[in-house]
Design a protein around this ligand. Structure first.
Ligand code: ATP
Length: 304
C-alpha cells in the first residue's frame, strides 16, 4: 500500500528483547515509529541495541516482548521477506563464489531482481566479476553485499554499519546511491552508523537508542530547528531549567555552554548558534542522564 495511509517503515510498541546468554535486556520498552520513504540514521553508543533492532526488523531474531512491524508486516513472514532487505555487519556471502555467481544467486532468489542496479554498484567499485568473494578486501565485500541488497529492490532497506569498511570516496558513492534509491523509488532506508558527519546530509529522520531504549525518533530538520547552542555567563544557567530541555551543559570558568531544546523565549544574555545534526546527536549520546526536561510551558518561538 502506498499513500498517506501506508503503514510506517518501522513501528515498535513496548518492544523488548533479551539474549539468552546475557543478563538484562538488549532492548526494552521501545515505542517509536519511523515513517515510510525516509532515510533514517539509527544511532547510539556501542551496545545501545542498534544491531539487535535491525536483526529483529530483518526477522533474524524474534521480539521477546511487545511488537515490531516492518511496513505493517510481522518481521520474518513471507510478506516482510519479499519487501525487506537486511545487510548485517558480518555481510554473509559465500567466499568461494565469484562476484558473478553471487549476483546470479541474487537474481535466482529474487523475482524483482534489478540486474543493472546490482551490476552498477559492483562496477563502480572496479570489482572484477570473476573475483572470488573470499579474496576481496572488506570494503569490496561490502559493495557486493550492498549490490545484493539493493538489487532485490526492497521497499525497506536495513543496513547495519554499511560504511565501516569503505574508504571515503566509496562512502560518498554509496551514500549517493542510497539517496538516489530513496528519491527515485521511495525506498525506506534505515542505516546504523557511527560516522555522524556523513549522516548529516543524507538522513532526514533520526532514531537514537540509548541503553536499549528509544531515545529520539524524529525528523532531522525539526531536530535542527528546535535546538540551539547557547554560550553565556555561568550565573544565568539556572534561567534555562524549568523552561527549556537542557540536553547538555558544560561550564568552563565563568562561562557555560548549553545545548537546549527550546521551549519558549530565552531569558538572559546569550550568544546563540545553530547546532549541526552531529552536535545534537553527540549531545544526546553523551548526556549522562536523561536530559533535564522542561516543565510544561507554552511552545513558542525563541525571541532572541
Ligand atoms: N549474540 C549476543 N549474545 C549476547 N548478548 C549480545 C549478543 N549480541 C549483542 N549482545 C548484547 O546486546 C546489547 C546490544 O548489542 P547490539 O550489538 O545490538 O548494540 P549496538 O548498538 O549494535 O552496538 P555497536 O555499536 O557496538 O555495534 C549489548 O549489551 C551486547 O553486548
Amino acid at each position: 500500500m502506498t499513500g498517506p495511509d501506508a503503514p510506517d517503515a518501522l513501528r515498535a510498541t513496548g518492544l523488548g528483547f533479551r539474549y539468552r546468554r546475557r543478563d538484562g535486556w538488549a532492548l526494552r520498552d521501545c515505542d517509536f515509529t519511523v515513517p515510510r520513504g525516509r532515510i533514517t540514521a539509527l544511532v547510539g553508543r556501542n551496545g545501545a541495541g542498534k544491531s539487535t533492532l535491525l536483526h529483529l526488523a530483518g526477522g533474524l531474531l524474534r521480539a521477546g516482548r511487545g511488537d515490531l512491524r516492518v511496513l505493517g508486516a510481522e518481521p520474518g513472514t513471507a510478506e516482510a521477506r519479499d519487501r525487506v532487505a537486511l545487510l548485517t555487519q558480518d555481510k554473509p556471502l559465500y567466499p568461494r563464489f565469484t562476484v558473478a555467481d553471487t549476483l546470479l544467486m541474487g537474481e535466482k532468489l529474487n523475482p524483482s531482481w534489478d540486474r543493472p542496479a546490482a551490476e552498477r554498484i559492483v562496477h563502480d567499485g572496479d570489482i572484477p566479476l570473476h573475483s572470488r568473494v573470499g579474496e576481496l578486501s572488506p570494503g569490496r565485500r561490502t559493495r557486493v553485499a550492498l549490490a545484493l541488497a539493493l538489487g532485490k529492490r526492497p521497499d525497506l532497506l536495513l543496513l547495519d554499519e554499511p560504511l565501516a569498511d569503505l574508504d571515503p570516496v566509496a562512502r560518498g558513492e554509496i551514500m549517493a546511491e542510497l539517496m538516489a534509491e530513496a528519491a527515485e523509488r521511495g525506498t525506506s532506508i534505515v542505516l546504523s552508523s557511527h560516522v555522524l558527519p556523513e549522516l548529516e546530509e543524507t538522513c532526514d529522520w533520526v532514531l537514537a537508542l540509548r541503553d536499549g531504549r528509544a531515545h529520539l525518533s524524529e525528523d532531522a530538520e525539526a531536530l535542527r530547528e528546535s535546538h540551539t547552542v547557547l554560550t553565556g555567563p555561568a550565573g544565568q544557567a539556572d534561567t534555562l531549567t524549568g523552561t527549556h530541555t537542557v540536553v547538555q551543559r558544560r561550564t568552563a570558568g565563568r562561562q557555560v555552554t548549553a545545548l537546549i531544546r527550546r521551549n519558549g523565549p530565552l531569558r538572559g544574555d546569550w550568544h546563540t548558534a545553530h547546532p549541526r545534526l552531529e552536535d545534537i546527536l553527540i549531545g544526546y549520546l553523551q548526556a549522562e542522564e536523561q536530559p533535564e526536561q522542561a516543565t510544561a510551558a507554552p511552545r513558542t518561538e525563541v525571541a532572541a
